[in-house]
Write a protein that binds this ligand. Structure first.
Ligand code: HEC
Length: 460
């Protein structure tokens, strides 16, 4: 199983492989370029031919007029102004937002939006060359973008949500500290229980996307509470694979909202968040029940010695670790670190019952302004036996080296405000029965055997 994960090339390495092939083919071109000036021009990186396709594919979904991102990158005139900043942001891999450590842990994710090395180098060379425009005739057609406020899952699911739950409106001040909004509302409920296939948490477009920092919607029934949707900037939805679902009981409930707003210098009145739920067809019962994203706290954990002791000195650093023991066999589908402005790194490791320790995933360039969920590809999801410990490590940096640090002179303690600290990991958890675990493990081993046999055939 481990081999399977580390051997499988990620989408970007596959794409990089192709890139280096192209680079090899380009060598004869370099030689002929010396012979004529027109082919020298062909070597230049231009906006219309080389850069626009990368931006259209990877950036303009957010960077378009009227969106929540700072500027549009749809036109040459705009993009040129931002060329030096684009260079820095793509070189440091802060844009597109994907802050995974590429040197350790699992590298295959369904929602990996990172650029290839080739794409980064194209943008860097273009910026260094003074951001030339190139030939208008090379400009690709403007991309067809979904309407900004559309449900992102609508296309994948083939229909709008089956149920929509909306939060009571909230007025966000122009300036001030963090604000919380936790209304309790009535949820009329369904006549019969249904299985959730996916959910989306949709702040209003575009202003809600700027002010809602993170949020949760919980349904409280008489005998249980169900987290139906969890949101953080950059993470909007979750879908469960076929055969896996979250059970929504029948009957009336309360919706408890937990919304964290952050003022952005401009009043936003009457902000409303929508949560959409998509169900399995009536009567269809998935074999496996999932809990979706589950909060695993590293701070203030019950029974964890010194758990609440986040205490970061001025200009200092702190490392905080905590474990959660998996009582049942478990399939992990995603992880989403949550810290605040001093958060720098957060990782999730598995400590197996036999003592082996394996890094599953690590975010090494954490930025509080993004709360990204890293969603493993199906075959790469960690499949862990009962008794495995998940070990979380957070690193906080209160020095002036941390670009998001509002004030390195302050002592920093645990708290809900962005200027205080937290250490939470939201983990996509599906607990399994022992037989389900054994079956999945056998399937993985069988697949690994087939791949190994095929590789051997290829070698001969
Ligand atoms: C998921 C939405 C999203 C995508 C995709 C995205 N960006 Fe951004 N970008 C943002 C947001 C929001 C900000 C402001 C917050 C920040 O800096 O992180 C930003 C900031 C930036 C900045 C800094 C702007 C400034 O004023 O300094 C640059 C440059 C940038 N993005 C370039 C890019 C490029 C190039 C791509 C594609 C390769 C890209 N972004 C993809 C949302 C996005």
């Amino acid at each position: 199983m481990r081999g399977d994960r580390s051997v499988q090339p990620s989408q970007s390495t596959r794409r990089q492989g192709l890139g280096s092939l192209i680079a090899t083919c380009a060598i004869p071109l370099v030689i002929s370029a010396a012979l004529s000036t027109t082919s020298v021009r062909a070597q230049e990186v231009t906006f219309t031919r080389d850069v626009a396709p990368i931006l259209f594919e990877n950036c303009v979904e957010c960077h378009r007029p009227g969106s929540f991102a700072p500027m549009s990158l749809l036109t040459y005139e705009n993009a040129r102004r931002y060329a030096p900043r684009m260079k820095t942001k793509v070189q440091t891999r802060q844009m597109p937002p994907w802050h995974l450590d590429r040197t350790v842990g699992i590298q295959v994710y369904d929602n990996d939006v990172s650029l290839t090395d080739e794409e980064i180098s194209t943008i860097v060379r273009w910026a260094d060359a003074g951001a030339p425009k190139g030939d208008d005739r090379d400009m690709p057609p403007a991309p067809r973008l979904a309407e900004g406020g559309a449900w992102q899952l609508e296309e994948q699911m083939g229909r709008p949500p089956d149920v929509i739950v909306s939060s009571a409106a909230y007025d966000v001040l122009a300036n001030g500290q963090d604000q919380w909004w936790g209304p309790t509302q009535r949820f009329e409920g369904l006549d019969e229980e249904r299985w959730i296939k996916g959910y989306e948490f949709k702040p209003a477009y575009p202003n809600g996307l700027r002010v809602v920092h993170h949020g949760h919607a919980n349904l409280r029934f008489a005998d249980q509470t169900l987290g139906i949707a969890h949101y953080g900037v950059g993470k909007r939805y979750e879908t469960f694979p076929d055969g896996t679902g979250m059970l929504l009981p029948a009957g009336e409930a309360e919706v408890n909202w937990n919304l964290h707003y952050f003022p952005v210098g401009e009043r936003v009145d009457g902000d409303v968040v929508d949560v959409g739920l998509w169900f399995y067809p009536e009567g269809e019962e998935p074999e496996i029940e999932t809990r979706g994203e589950v909060l695993m706290r590293v701070d203030r954990m019950n029974g964890m010695p010194r758990g609440g002791d986040i205490l970061i000195p001025p200009y200092g650093q702190q490392v905080l670790q905590g474990v959660h023991v998996l009582r049942r066999p478990t399939l992990i589908s995603s992880f989403r670190p949550h810290m605040h402005m001093r958060g720098k790194e957060m990782s999730m490791e598995a400590v197996y019952p036999d003592g082996r320790r394996e890094m599953l995933g690590k975010v090494s360039d954490y930025r509080h302004i993004w709360q990204l969920s890293y969603q493993f590809e199906e075959d790469a999801k960690p499949l862990l036996p009962a008794g495995t410990m998940l070990l979380f490590t957070s690193v906080f940096d209160n020095s002036e080296e941390n670009p998001l640090n509002p004030d390195p002179n302050q002592w920093v303690v645990f708290g809900r405000r962005g200027v205080d600290e937290m250490s939470h990991m939201w983990v996509g958890v599906t607990n399994l029965e022992q037989e389900e675990y054994d079956r999945m493990m056998a399937e993985r081993q069988e697949r690994e055997r087939r791949i190994a046999a095929r590789d051997q055939d290829d070698d001969q």
